[in-house]
Design a protein around this ligand. Structure first.
Ligand code: MLT
Length: 313
């Protein structure tokens, strides 16, 4: 009699490379992390659970998986996995912290360029039969100031890339030294200095109790009324009601938002503004990032289920 293969539950669609990297030694169950009853059922015999950002892994989900040894997050953020509850349940949690930083930085740059030249609304208008050149007059980035809130891995890549467009880079990050900022071509400033001076503001902070709603009414009112605000980091960093008010009142010039406090999000009040561009949490959605994330966590799953040491990804 052959021993049953360990069960790996994929709660979201992961890249083909992920499944390939797992190899033939596992029974793979494709589940749906947004359908909690189904996920709980699929976890009954699971040894490993692999997720992206749409699956909330909390005590209730863990309780449905008595054999679970590892939760693997194919991506950077771990805010959808309850770490204390996992530790309590004796379940290891791994992620792929550098897998999608280039993709997230590139989408941020795309949004900065798109906002400054009205690419999305101008395209929508033209497809709707309107040829309006002066309405969509933009601004050059050359000589403008980019304020980066959070100069970590992704913020640093954004700073380096936007420097190539001739932007002056200022940054707020209490954990980064001036020497490191200097290396990235950025000058460290306080948050209020950043709000006052930046033409474009991009946030790259983790989601924590301290950063939740960080870009709120008070922050928007401290910004320039032409400021363009970009969030490709985490939903909830921007207070979405306050953003709608700031846009209504003309406190800022526009916004590009990829992540939302509750996802999927399809009808938030601020979506109505023409100078707002939204994308459905696409920061990590490139072939390359998905391959890197999937392969890295598949390797961790293999090692963990073989009882071997799982090194930092
Ligand atoms: C991440 O934290 O790496 C991304 O949000 C992953 C994803 O797109 O699911």
């Amino acid at each position: 009699m052959t021993a049953a293969r360990p069960v790996v539950v994929l709660a979201e669609e992961l890249s083909p490379a992920t499944v390939e990297a797992l190899g033939p030694d596992f029974q793979i169950i494709q589940s749906d992390g947004t359908d909690r009853p189904r996920l709980k059922q699929d976890l009954a015999e699971a040894d490993a659970l692999m997720v992206r950002s749409a699956t909330t892994v909390d005590a209730e989900i863990l309780a449905a998986a008595p054999r679970l040894k590892i939760v693997a997050r194919a991506g950077v953020g771990l805010d959808n996995v309850d770490i204390p509850a996992s530790t309590e349940a004796g379940v290891m949690v791994v992620n792929a912290p550098t897998s999608n930083i280039t993709s997230a930085a590139e989408l941020t740059c795309a949004h900065i360029l798109g906002l400054s030249r009205h690419v999305v609304p101008a395209s929508a208008a033209l497809k709707g039969g309107e040829w309006k050149r002066s309405k969509y007059t933009g601004v050059e980035l050359q000589g403008k100031t980019l304020g980066v809130i959070g100069l970590g891995r992704i913020g640093g890549l954004v700073a380096e890339r936007m420097k190539a467009f001739g932007m002056e880079i200022i940054a707020y990050d209490p954990y980064v030294t001036s020497a490191r900022a200097h290396q990235l071509g950025a000058q460290l400033v306080t948050l209020n200095e950043l709000y006052a001076a930046a033409d474009v503001i991009t946030i790259h902070m983790p989601k924590t109790p301290e950063t939740l709603g960080m870009l709120n009414r008070e922050a928007f009112s401290a910004m320039r009324d032409t400021a363009l605000v970009v969030n490709v980091a985490r939903g909830g960093l921007i207070d979405e009601d306050d953003l709608a008010v700031a846009l209504d009142e003309g406190a800022i010039g526009g916004a590009a938002v990829d992540v939302f406090s509750s996802e999927p999000a399809t009808d938030l009040a601020f979506f109505a503004h023409e100078n707002v561009v939204v994308t459905p949490h696409l920061g990590a959605s490139t072939a390359e990032a998905q391959e890197k994330a999937g392969v890295a966590v598949a390797r961790s799953v293999r090692l963990a289920l073989a009882g071997e040491l799982v090194p930092d990804a």
